[in-house]
Design a protein. Structure first.
Lengths: 565, 343
């Protein structure tokens, strides 16, 4: 028996999972249109490869990956491209993003596709297939899987497969594990090979006995060695990657550290399923399982084509008339969708229909009484009450000192707060303020560098011009004596070539000196009136900054201006 | 209306938590009434009314909504704790002055709920003991000890009019606290053993008051069991008081009483479970709670035994309250994934 480890804190919100697990997964009806965002993954937005009016086939790439960290986007069914424009997407900001709208033709006609034998295929080729198939993490982080399935040989000991699904209401992974266990464990085996991992630990919360049994059976059927299902205690947020890794292996992956550095990689079970479909069947990621639950007549899981408008999906579950919101994700970490017209994306694991009865508006917040119930439940061992205090006071430096960026925004703190303070909102606010300030600072830095470079360039051009002018004059003067040996009457008679050279040199020197002087005047630093002490300090700071820039340039930062040495 | 996750919360509220604490005081109060008569109920009522009225006035002056704050039960808790800390026969105006000061000055002038650095009830106590030291020494003689007991009407008459039945002096119906008596008698040269033979002492400490302390301990255990409070503060406080007392007791039993005497005297039990555990004025880190409570335990003992005041709980609490920001800053725990690392 494996010893399980504990993570600090955690809460037990009512799970509400049975409502949507009573019936098998059903295919959602073909929607009237598909609104497919080109940015459904971490990294660069895909570049559209189709045009309005073009007919596309199911599985055809309509957005190609851009840059190293990106993923492909496909037509989820056959039809006609109706629009490529900015539309509201499934993101809490409500900001529009570039989407491709497809009107399905109802034929669901596939593009030619086929799989490979993963054992006979080089790893780079397998990763390329994943990238072209648009496979990304389906647990919610939507990180391109090809980037995560690379490891130096023997770097990774353990592949953790996340089937914990700790958030209330969500059951898409549970149902997928119950119904498609074989493909999941086979996908996990492919990932294990790609990572050269020694073992695969599949963590499933112990409130899903059917899923645990199904995966265990699949492992036995296939005879996978090094693969083990581990029932983990039901405790939110035990399905957070860091928490699950901790529970299964005892390893704590700190914020800002990659788990691979500690010998662990983590994938969601649904991702493993898609890996298998992509590699051995050549099926790109076109659909996913979505739990539709909450204020609906018939809560269940649907297999949904990516891009299906949320309102068309929830109608199939019998969304009730008093529904006032669509929550994407769970009640602890989900986002309130800005509109029902947004398309289902690779990150859409669950749609909870909300009503005032189901999710009553929060009670007015009282002051924090420092009861530390939040600290008791924080899975990152933070002191949420301190973070709240500093975030409220806009003391962002202190929030960082108190490890704000270790917060995973799981919401456990706000869930237990007896003063009903929307704590997570304060942390999001503090984080975004810090990011904005860093961006501003970077922007200012870039602007200053640009300005300094411009001043330098103007100076250099002046200098070059002066030199050119002088050269030209010199050439002209040199040419004159040759073509006209007799001194011109207007020219001073006593000039000798030696004298002439001196004058010329003098003129060059003065021109250069003048250019330098002007450049000095144009220099943005107003350090002229500073005390020598301060000037020395400024010089030192400037030298340090130049050094930092130089290091950045050496490191390959490509948007750096040329060095001004 | 848009709001962000989480969309669900537990039904626990500040008002509920404080109500539980009030309920946990009831066993102690019941025993108080049993041994000392119903006067304590009068001062609790008086303090409660004063606290709510002062709270309302202060909220109004500070432009804060009345309903959520008046119903949070924190002012009531302050009132009850203050009333339980001072003699039940204290004149009505003392209760009013102490409570009003606690709510208006030590709570609202520092920013109201959640922002006061000092425990308001203990501030109220400190103000009273410094301003009216004599009144603060007239404790009712408990039921099994006193030969003369006041009826409820006579208690009321004294509280509101300062009048005792003809022929009775205050000294005939009140006495110094057991801790006070012990200190005085030791100064007079008696040994602990001789003093403990006096009729006011019971099995553990003072007759009657030891039972009230036990009542508070029972309420405290209820708070622990329902997880309203964590074990850190009461356990560390009582352990620290015990160890300090035991150390002196072992050195010189004739001059220093047993640790159990200290546990069941004065405000030790009330303090351990109800006063130190005020979340607003105690540290937030677990390590910090231990430091805070151990400090309070040692200080309580030192003030009781070597200081000029009859009990040390209030001043020990207030002194440790000042240290809370420092204790918190110095005891920040390591976050997830950084426990093994140096920083």
């Amino acid at each position: 028996m494996r010893t399980l480890h504990k993570f600090h804190g955690g809460v037990h919100p009512p799970t509400h999972k049975t409502e949507s697990t009573r019936t098998p997964i059903v295919k959602a009806a073909m929607p009237s249109r598909l609104v497919i965002p080109l940015h459904q993954h971490v990294g660069n937005r895909a570049i559209p490869t189709v045009q309005v009016g073009e007919r596309v086939l199911k599985g055809q790439i309509i957005g190609r990956p851009e840059g190293r960290l990106s993923s492909a986007v496909h037509a989820s069914t056959s039809g006609t491209v109706a629009a490529i424009d900015m539309q509201v997407v499934a993101h809490f900001s409500g900001m529009p993003d570039l989407c491709i709208t497809i009107i399905p033709d109802g034929k669901d006609e596939w593009i030619a596709h086929g799989g490979v034998d993963y054992k006979q295929t080089p790893h780079t080729e397998l990763r390329h297939i994943l990238r072209q198939a648009g496979v990304v993490g389906l647990g919610g982080a939507v990180f391109p899987s090809d980037m995560k399935s690379y490891s130096n040989r023997h770097e990774i000991k353990t592949l953790v497969l996340n089937g914990a699904e700790c958030e209330p209401y969500i059951t898409c992974d549970d149902m997928l594990m119950r119904e498609r266990a074989t493909d999941i464990v086979r996908g996990a085996e492919v990932l294990r090979e790609l990572l050269y991992a020694e073992e695969v630990l599949i963590g499933i919360e112990d409130n899903k006995p059917e899923a645990i049994a199904a995966i265990r059976q699949a492992i036995v059927n296939d005879g996978h060695a090094h693969m083990e299902v581990i029932a983990v205690p039901t405790l939110y947020p035990g399905g957070g990657a860091k928490q699950l890794i901790r529970v299964l292996t005892g390893i704590e992956v700190a914020a800002g550290v990659r788990s691979t550095e500690m010998g662990v990689q983590c994938f969601n079970v649904a991702t493993a399923y898609c890996v298998w479909r992509a590699i051995t069947h050549g099926e790109p990621l076109l659909s996913r399982i979505v739990t539709v639950t909450g204020n609906v007549a018939d809560a269940r899981n649907f297999e949904v084509l990516l891009g299906t408008p949320v309102e068309e999906l929830v109608a199939q579950a019998g969304s009730k008339p008093d529904t006032d919101r669509h929550i994407m994700g769970g009640p602890m970490m989900g986002v309130d969708l800005p509109s029902g017209s947004v398309g289902v994306t690779k990150a859409t694991n669950c749609i909870i229909e909300g009503s005032p009865a189901l999710f009553p508006p929060p009670a007015p917040a009282l002051p924090c009484i420092r009861c530390t119930r939040c600290a008791e439940v924080c899975p990152a061992d933070l002191q949420p009450q301190e973070l709240y205090w500093f975030a409220k006071a806009k003391d962002f430096g202190k929030t960082q000192e108190y490890s704000l960026f270790d917060c995973i925004e799981c919401g456990a703190c706000a869930y237990v707060c007896p003063s009903h303070i929307p704590l997570v909102q304060y942390y999001r606010y503090a984080k975004s303020e810090i990011w904005a300030r860093e961006r501003d600072a970077q922007g200012a830095e870039t602007a200053r560098d640009r300005h300094e470079y411009r001043v330098f360039r103007i100076e250099r051009e002046k200098q070059e011009k002066a030199e050119r002018l002088a050269q030209k004059e010199k050439a002209a003067m040199a040419a004159k004596p040759a073509s006209a040996p007799a001194p011109a009457p207007s020219a001073p008679a006593a000039i000798t070539p030696a004298d002439f050279d001196d004058t010329l040199q003098f003129r060059i020197d003065t021109a250069v000196a003048r250019a330098k002087e002007q450049a000095a005047q144009a220099h943005p630093e107003n350090t002229g009136t500073l005390a020598p002490q301060q000037q020395a300090e400024v010089a030192e700071i400037e030298a340090r900054r130049a050094k930092i820039r130089e290091m950045a340039a050496d490191a390959g930062a490509d948007d750096e201006p040329p060095k001004q040495s | 209306m848009l709001w962000s996750s989480p969309f669900i919360t537990t039904p626990v509220s500040v008002s509920q938590i404080m109500l539980r604490v009030l309920i946990a005081l009831i066993p102690g109060i019941a025993l108080y009434v049993w041994y000392f008569g119903p006067a304590i109920l009068v001062s609790i009522t008086l303090a409660s009314v004063t606290a709510l009225a002062t709270e309302a006035v202060m909220l109004k002056l500070r432009n804060r909504p009345l309903k959520p704050f008046l119903s949070d039960n924190t002012a009531l808790l302050t009132a009850w704790l203050l009333a339980l800390s001072i003699p039940a026969l204290a004149p009505w105006w003392m209760v009013v002055v102490g409570t009003a000061f606690a709510i208006a000055i030590s709570k609202h002038l520092y920013g109201g709920l959640g922002n006061n650095p000092f425990n308001p009830a203990m501030i109220g106590y400190a103000v009273l003991i410094i301003s009216f030291p004599v009144h603060m020494t007239h404790w009712i003689t408990p039921h099994p000890v006193g030969h003369l007991e006041l009826t409820f009407a006579e208690q009321l008459s004294y509280i509101f009019n300062g009048a005792l039945p003809a022929g009775l002096t205050l000294d005939a119906v009140t006495m110094a606290t057991p801790l006070d008596t012990l200190k005085t008698q030791l100064h007079l040269g008696l040994s602990v053993e001789e003093i403990r033979d006096m009729p006011i002492f019971g099995r553990l400490a003072g007759k009657g008051s030891e039972m009230v302390a036990a009542g508070f301990a029972i309420g405290g255990l209820y708070l622990l069991a329902t997880r309203i409070i964590s074990w850190h503060l009461p356990v560390a406080y009582l352990a620290s008081l015990f160890v300090t007392a035991e150390l002196f007791h072992l050195l010189d039993p004739a001059h220093y009483v047993t640790p159990l005497f200290h546990w069941f005297s004065g405000a030790a039990m009330l303090g351990a479970f109800f006063i130190l555990t005020d979340p607003v004025t105690s540290p937030t880190t677990l390590k910090g709670k231990l430091v805070f409570a151990v400090g309070a335990g040692v200080l309580t003992y030192l003030i009781r035994v070597f200081g000029g005041f009859p009990d040390g709980m209030a001043f020990a609490t207030l002194i440790m309250n000042i240290c809370v920001p420092l204790i918190d800053a110095w005891t920040q725990p390591k976050v997830f994934g950084k426990k093994g690392a140096g920083k």
